[in-house]
Design a protein around this ligand. Structure first.
Ligand code: PMP
Length: 436
């Protein structure tokens, strides 16, 4: 072991000094001291294959990103009220990835700040407050975002939805409320239309619909084709805006496209992004149209002390460089396809696996005790995560029932890693399925 405090001492100090609501991963917590590529290393030097960190997008401690950060930090770091090239170059390069009129940028420090600002923009543009959100969705840790996150307000410690927040059924093809409907998309959209009518009958109007195109905390949920396009049309016809939360899925992770919303062929009014954008450095952003941005000009400045500083922008530029130079979007498509196919083969042999879904390197494996009733296998999911950790593979669970294994590794995750993940998972499934 390296010199320093041992696990028990650190745990005790955490309990004494840190946020008491903070959880720790694994029954036997891990003490990580180093990261490289798709690997994390603990204090004993043991390597763990990271299948779950979608923040360190281009790989842990990527040398090009670290060098860009260090170089700029040694040169200059100030706020955005001086002229500086990096912020402009970053805005230009990101705009090149955006469809339509999405070209006005606000740089912030977290996905939460981005979504909070998106709420302010829709309120400024529409003069309305009512929001449509998806069951199971999470959009951030600020008060304003707990208000629009069913994952939190309908979960432990939550106080339910505020009167201006309207929760739509999760349009999940596997478990969703209308999955057996003749036309599930029509059923979900009709449910939303009914809610919009109620809001209008109360003398108000819908400000916006916010959704991830592939849900993260919701359990790596894939929507039926056409759902997002029809929802966008419905909301716009009612005078509302459409926000795409790309905080988890953006920057090429879904493989076929740079942004998740592109897989549905829609163009949002506002896009928020974060996590992978800075590869672990706090960098996030909101992009919108010149028209919506203009409605935000009321005399009150939006200023963000750290947002868009030269160091953060240097990091953001380096991340884009690496994605391009290493062709990571195409890599995610190829490796993700291979991994998904192998997981589907596993599903044929293991009744516990009810569904394998997702796109690129954003995959979910939903575990059920019964393929008819879909009874969630949450205990089994937890046991698998723990057993995989003992085998040196980091996984985690998500979804309202905590029964979906989430797979969203750094994009440098390769085919051999995928094969190892599947082989170890097969071994662990055999253990878990053994009658006690
Ligand atoms: N949106 C989504 C979809 C997220 O998953 C998260 C974080 N898990 C956030 C927003 C909030 O981002 P941050 O934690 O950077 O504030």
């Amino acid at each position: 072991a390296q010199p320093g405090r041992d696990e028990q001492t650190i745990l005790a100090a955490r309990r004494r000094y840190l946020n008491p609501t903070l959880s720790v991963s694994y029954r036997r917590p891990l003490h990580m001291v180093r990261g490289q590529g798709q690997y994390l290393y603990d204090a004993e030097g043991r390597a763990y294959l990271d299948c779950v960190n979608n923040v360190c997008h281009v790989g842990h401690s990527h040398p090009a990103v670290v060098a860009a950060l260090a170089h700029q930090a040694a040169l200059l770091n100030t706020n955005t009220r001086y002229l500086h090239e990096h912020i402009i170059t970053l805005a230009e390069r990101l705009t090149a990835h955006m469809p339509g009129d999405l070209s006005v940028w606000f740089f912030v420090n977290s996905g939460s700040e981005a979504n909070d600002l998106a709420l302010r923009l829709v309120r400024a543009y529409t003069g309305r407050q009512d929001m449509l959100v998806l069951a199971g969705a999470y959009h951030g840790n600020l008060s304003s975002l707990i208000d629009i996150s069913p994952y939190k307000f309908d979960g432990p410690g939550g106080a339910g939805a505020p009167p201006w927040v309207h929760t739509l059924s999760m349009p999940c093809t596997y478990r969703g409320r209308f999955r057996h409907a003749e036309d599930p998309v029509a059923a979900y959209v009709e449910e939303a239309a009914g809610i919009i009518r109620q809001v209008e009958e109360a003398g108000r109007g819908v400000a916006a619909f916010i959704a991830e195109a592939l849900m993260g905390t919701g359990g790596q949920v894939v929507f039926p084709p056409g759902y997002l396009a029809q929802m966008y049309a419905l909301v716009r016809a009612a005078g509302g805006l459409c926000i795409a939360d790309e905080v988890q899925i953006g920057f090429g992770r879904v493989g076929t496209h740079f942004w998740g919303f592109e897989t549905h062929g829609v163009v949002p009014d506002i896009v928020t992004m974060g996590k992978p954008m800075g590869n672990g450095h706090p960098l996030a952003a909101v992009v919108t149209t010149p028209e919506i941005a203009a409605s935000f000009v009321t005399g009150m400045e939006y200023f963000n002390t750290f947002g868009g500083n030269p160091v953060s922008c240097a990091v953001g530029l380096a991340v884009l460089d690496v994605i391009e130079e290493q062709n990571l979007q195409e890599h995610a498509r190829r490796v993700g396809e291979h991994l998904k196919a192998r997981l589907k083969t596993l599903q044929e042999r293991h009744p516990l696996i009810g569904d394998v879904r997702g796109s690129g390197l954003f995959l979910g494996v939903e575990l059920v005790r019964d393929r008819e009733t879909l009874a969630p296998a949450a205990g089994e999911a937890q046991a698998i995560v723990e057993a995989m950790r003992e085998r040196g593979i980091l996984l985690s669970t998500d979804g309202p029932f905590h029964n979906v294994l989430k797979i969203k590794p750094p994009l440098v995750f390769n085919q051999e890693d995928a094969d190892r993940l599947v082989e170890e998972l097969e071994g662990v499934l055999q253990e878990v399925e053994q009658p006690a």
